[in-house]
Structures are given as structure tokens and as C-alpha cells.
Design a protein around this ligand. Sequence first.
Ligand SMILES: Cc1cc2nc3c(=O)[nH]c(=O)nc-3n(C[C@H](O)[C@H](O)[C@H](O)COP(=O)(O)O)c2cc1C
Length: 192
Amino acid sequence: MSADPFQLFDAWFAEARASEVNDAEAMALATAGALGQPSVRMVLLKGHGPEGFVFYTNEQSAKGAQLADNPQAGLLFHWKSLRRQVRIEGIVERVTDAESDAYFATRGRDSQLGAWASDQSRPLDTREHFEARFEAMEQKFDGRDVPRPPHWGGYRVVPRRIEFWFDRPHRLHERRLFTLGDGGWSEGLLYP
Ligand SMILES: Cc1cc2nc3c(=O)[nH]c(=O)nc-3n(C[C@H](O)[C@H](O)[C@H](O)COP(=O)(O)O)c2cc1C
């Protein structure tokens, strides 16, 4: 029997968007560096489907450096109001420049300028310094469109394993695990 985790993800994501107070698209992104040390932080889901789950960031950030060393990641959604979680694991690839350009163009001008002003993950001496950099970018791009910085773009987590966890009475929670094999996706149930 063929299994389709993406239809189930779409259904749960739609419910989460309707029920969560904010940021249903927020997900924890786990990466590990060359020495295997784990690291986790929140990012926002900006596109998804069978081809993968996309987020955008500064590739010179700590996560960008880890992904360059070790292009594997875990994603975790926790939709509290629904008492559900989704865990995704897979290989990470860069989205095309054209896709990053198209998404960057949809961002507000302040976010676009912020992408130029921020040296993500590097220590900053003062808040004023950051604000001065932002103002310098405002002047630099005054009167014209803000282009995408070359170090800013999208990553796609191409899933090999997706697990849906949901709350059931008497703490008998259920986990539906979808794994990708040679014959496509297959499904099994896990003990809670
Ligand atoms: C709800 C939420 C959403 C976030 N979304 C993003 C995002 O989409 N991209 C991003 O680069 N950082 C995002 N951040 C900031 C990251 O969590 C993190 O602080 C930053 O990317 C630096 O991480 P790094 O030093 O591990 O690379 C978000 C933070 C929160 C709390």
C-alpha cells in the first residue's frame, strides 16, 4: 500500500494555522557540526511538498557552517493547541538562486535591509552598531529595489523519515512513522 505523509502534513499544517495563536510555521531545526556536536534553533517554514521543507537564512551563520560540514538536519513542529508534533529527518540541499531571489522579493523592505545589515551568529559590540549598519543599508539602497545578499538564501530538507505524533486518551499516544525506501514511502505504527 502506498503511503503519503505529505497529504497528512498538509492537513495537520492547515489545522495548526487555524488553531495556533501564532507561528504555526515555526519549526526547530537541528543540525550537527563536523565533530557531531548537536545544535538546535527555530526557523520558519517557507515552502513544503514532496520535494522537501524550505527555510531561509544567512549561509554564513552557525547553522550555515554546520550544514556546509554536514548536510543533514532534523525538523520539529510542535503544535501545542493540537497536542501534536511532527519530526522530519533528511538531507539538506540549497534551493536555486532563482527560488531564493523570488522569495527575497516577497519580504518587506525592512527584512530585506536587515538581511544585509546582519552578520548572523557573530557577536555584535552594541545594538547601536547594528542600527547604524541598518541605516547605512537604507542609504545605500535608497530609491531602488534591495537585491538579495549573496550570503542569504534557502535550504531544503529533503525528507527520508517523517513521524507524526498525536495525543490519545490515557497517555496512549500514537506515532505514525513514514520512511522512504527503494519502493517509495511506507508507513508503520510505533509504540508511544
Ligand atoms: C519563531 C522564530 C522563528 C525564526 N525564524 C528564523 C528563520 O526563518 N531564519 C533564520 O535565519 N533565523 C530565524 N530565527 C532566529 C534563529 O532561531 C537563530 O537565532 C538564528 O538563525 C541564528 O542561529 P544560528 O546561530 O544557529 O545559525 C527565528 C527565531 C524564532 C524564535
